[in-house]
Design a protein around this ligand. Sequence first.
Ligand code: PNS
Length: 158
Amino acid sequence: MRIAVFPGSFDPLTNGHLDIIRQASPLFDSLVVAVAHNSGKTPLFSMEERTSLIRESVRAFPNVTVDSFAGLLVDYAKDLGAVAAIRGLRDAGDVDFELRMAQMNRSLYDQCVTLLVPTNAKFAMVSSSLVKEVFSYGGDVSKFVPPPVFESLLKRKR
Ligand code: PNS
C-alpha cells in the first residue's frame, strides 16, 4: 500500500490545495491530507473546522483522507508509513523554502521523499493568507476556495 501525506496549515484549504490533491491522489493508494498543529501561527479556523472543511471538500476523491498531526512531519510520516510527502509549488518564489524544507526532512528521515507538485498557473496567486486578507476587506474569494470553505467564511462574517 503506497501512502502519501500532504501536510500543511490549510487555514483554510484553497482551490490551489485542491488542485494538488487532484494531481497527487491518483499516484498513490492513499493520500492523507494532514493539518499541522502549528504553535507559531494563530489560525483563523480551528483545527476541527479546518479538518472538517477539508473532509467536505475532498468527498470526490475516494482515496483521500484527512488527519492532523503535532510535532515533526517526518515522525508523523514514519508512523503513517508514508513513502512521499507532497507539497505544492505556486511559482519560483516557493522553491527556496520548499527545497530547504525537503532537504531538512530528508536529512532527518530518508524513507519519505518530498515531491514538489506545480499548481495550475491559474492558482499561482492563491494562498490561504491572501484569501483571508481579500475576504476581510470585502473582496469576492468564491473562485479561490471550495464551496464549503466559502460558506464557512460567509458565516463568520455574519
Ligand atoms: O501550509 P504551510 O504552513 O506552508 O505548511 C508548513 C508545514 C506545516 C508543512 C511545516 O511547517 C511542517 O512540516 N510543520 C511540522 C513541523 C516540522 O516538521 N518542521 C520541520 C520542517 S523542515
